[in-house]
Write a protein that binds this ligand. Structure first.
Ligand code: DC
Length: 228
């Protein structure tokens, strides 16, 4: 038995708050693995859509989940997202669309999905130092993490960031629609019965509305004790 105790940093918050960019940079600065838990929910959503699984049918969801094998692919370069291989097929380019974002939010409220993905996340976090990013990483997945952060920002600021991200990827983005989706996702993610989006009591709150990525990063690294 190894007595290696991984160091775990959790960064939770609503969609579009800048978690991915910040988490990736924190992981880079610390030399830790970046665990994008949202990418896993997105992959399950993609699977359910591809296989035409009725997500209101618990048995069908469980059967589907039993056939899923997920692997995360580290971001290829600066600014790239985490990718996912689903049953050995690289589905990275399909999981970041607004449609999959909405479906991921719905699928993530299904207990069986959360149980499976939480276990997988905990397994990864038992082997290596990680920066975990999501909605419940500080509350449910890694309640005894060494450092916990909760990022927040006004819905308008967050949806504008999403619009810019989508456009930068060459995708269409309607500002009004994305704002509505952001608000709906916030509601789904914070009002669901299991593992809702919420700040862990011991998580440090950072409002990113008026802060640059560099400022948020500096604050987090200062708390962790790695001043730059
Ligand atoms: O972080 P993201 O936008 O990639 O996440 C997609 C969806 O997955 C989000 O709407 C809620 C869900 N999710 C979750 O329920 N728990 C997590 N730890 C991460 C994501």
């Amino acid at each position: 038995m190894s007595d290696f105790e991984p160091v775990i940093v959790t960064i939770d918050g609503p969609s579009g708050v800048g978690k991915s960019t910040i988490s990736r940079k924190v992981a880079e600065a610390l030399g830790f693995t970046y665990l994008d838990t949202g990418a896993m929910y997105r992959a399950v959503a993609f699977f359910m859509k591809q296989q035409q699984v009725d997500i209101s049918d618990g048995l069908a969801v469980t059967r589907g989940l039993d056939t899923i094998f997920l692997e995360l692919i580290a971001p290829a370069g600066e600014g790239d997202d985490v990718g996912v291989r689903l049953n050995n097929e690289d589905i990275s380019e399909h999981i970041r669309s607004p449609e999959i974002s909405m479906l991921a939010s719905r699928v993530s409220a299904i207990p069986e999905v959360r149980v499976k993905l939480t276990k997988l996340q905990q397994l990864i976090g038992s082997k290596t130092n990680i920066v975990a990013e999501g909605r419940d990483t500080g509350t449910v997945v890694f309640p005894s993490a060494s450092f916990k952060f909760f990022l927040d920002a006004a819905a308008e600021a967050r949806s504008l960031r999403r619009v810019r991200q989508l456009r930068a990827r060459g995708e269409q983005a309607n500002e009004k629609e994305i704002l509505e989706m952001t608000i709906t996702r916030d509601r789904n993610d914070s009002e669901r019965a299991i593992a809702p989006l919420k700040r862990a009591e011991d998580a440090i709150l950072i409002d990113t509305t008026c802060l640059s990525v560099e400022q948020v990063l500096a604050r987090i690294l200062e708390v962790i004790g790695l001043d730059r």
